[in-house]
Design a protein. Structure first.
Length: 293
């Protein structure tokens, strides 16, 4: 069942998406396309569309799906919910912040974490497995866990951005570089969804994941595993310090516009221009974020 709390967020994202595309009354809103764009399953999108149907924004047609019931220009401003960080997300970020502040040692037991965060083992393990999947903790024999190395200083953070800028630019210039057009279109949908309202409603973790995947996709097109492994490693190292930085959502539309511009350049065969722009894009982001570290 779709989470009730997610439906209003997706509804707002759909409205912003429709407005950004200047869609007209009667245009189709494919369920799977919206689910892919907002990086969620079909269930919360269906729930959001039903909500919008009740508000007269969309209409349902049997065996055909949902269609826009009004012109985009006639839609009012969507509400702007703040990032949802209750429940498991709240504990997840508390663990991240406590580790960055050295309030958690390198090695911890499940019993210690259950006591510190007042969680039953089942909920704690769900969060720990999520962290392990992201690469900043690993399970030890028994019931212990060890945090992995991360970037912790401003200098290491700046060096990480410089490293990324050089590696990602050069990966794009390799003779083996070949874009996957299906991946490119999926990335375009994701970045468009972020620009069209997702930047207001997605969590910090979701935004970080979407942007990581964008850059790792570009490097992956180089067909060079050494380049890709190095970028994955630096992204894992910087994850926690990125969470610590106050997210300025007002700059995210510009960031996604730059991502879309890179895709446009690649798609039109202007790879050298794309590589140069990518370097400037990464270094610019580092200059904005580094002072907060």
């Amino acid at each position: 069942m779709a989470r009730n709390s997610l439906s209003p967020q997706i509804s707002n994202s759909i409205i912003e998406f429709v407005k950004s595309k200047e869609m007209r009354k009667g245009e189709h809103l494919p369920l799977q396309m919206l689910a892919d764009a907002f990086r969620v399953s079909r269930a919360p999108v269906m729930s959001a569309l039903r909500r919008l149907e009740g508000e007269g924004v969309v209409r349902a047609e049997a065996n055909r799906g949902y269609f826009l019931a009004v012109d985009a220009e006639n839609l009012g401003d969507a509400s702007r919910p703040t990032e949802r960080e209750d429940g498991e997300d709240a504990v997840y970020f508390r663990i991240a912040e406590d580790r960055l502040a050295s309030r958690l040692p390198e090695r911890v037991s499940e019993a210690e974490l259950m006591r510190l965060y007042e969680l039953p083992r089942s909920r704690l393990l769900k969060i720990l497995h999520r962290i392990a999947d992201e690469g900043w903790i690993e399970r030890l024999p028994g019931n212990g866990w060890a945090f992995r190395q991360t970037l912790t200083s401003r200098q290491s953070y700046e060096d990480g951005y410089a490293f990324r800028a050089v590696i990602e630019q050069q990966a794009m210039l390799l003779p083996s570089f070949e874009p996957d057009l299906e991946e490119l279109q999926r990335a375009r949908q994701t970045q468009t969804a972020l620009s069209a309202g997702g930047y207001q409603t997605w969590s910090r973790a979701e935004i970080f994941k979407a942007n990581n995947e964008f850059h790792e996709m570009l490097v992956g097109w180089s067909k060079n595993e050494f380049f890709l492994d190095s970028i994955r490693r630096i992204n894992r190292l910087r994850r926690l310090i990125e969470y610590q930085i106050t997210i300025d959502r007002s700059r995210l539309p510009k960031q996604t516009e730059e991502h879309l511009h890179i895709l446009d350049l690649i798609e039109s065969g202007r790879r050298s221009e794309a590589a140069a722009f990518l370097y400037t894009h990464i270094m610019g982001a580092g200059r904005i974020k580094a002072p907060q570290v």
